[in-house]
Design a protein around this ligand. Structure first.
Ligand SMILES: [Zn+2]
Ligand SMILES: [Zn+2]
Length: 127
């Protein structure tokens, strides 16, 4: 998000033109799937691809980012990180964010939030 506009989005997925884990299963090496690009990286790379500035932007993620993604976010000039769930929060990632002055905020949504969205869409006439 920059100046209250959504500039990019991303989710965990395979590299463009590769097969998808959901079709062929994960490509696991040392206990990790090596096929996927993380949502954070995908969001940043989409900005790079289309020439959208990330400096000073805020990012909303579902899970606290992994260490490599944390580095990418800092280097991209992300100003604030909003996240929904703690996920193996790496102490070094937390330290790097603090040192870089990136604010982090854990946010919550009401438990029935997604149900509410569903009902909004269910009531919306599309045609
Ligand atoms: Zn996979
Ligand atoms: Zn990651």
């Amino acid at each position: 998000m920059r100046e209250k506009r959504v500039i990019s989005g991303g989710y965990n997925g395979s590299v463009s033109h590769d097969i998808h884990c959901i079709d062929q299963g994960c490509y696991v090496v040392d206990g990790h799937c090596i096929r996927t690009v993380h949502a954070e990286a995908n969001a940043l790379l989409q900005c790079a691809k289309f020439g959208v500035e990330t400096d000073g932007a805020d990012i909303y993620v579902t899970h606290f980012p992994c260490l490599p993604c944390t580095k990418l976010l800092i280097q991209s000039g992300i100003h604030k990180l909003y996240y929904l769930k703690d996920y193996r929060n790496h102490p070094y990632a937390i330290e790097l964010l603090e040192r870089a002055g990136v604010e982090t905020e854990k946010i919550t949504v009401p438990t029935d939030f997604f149900k509410q969205i569903e009902s909004v869409y269910a009531d919306t006439p599309y045609d």
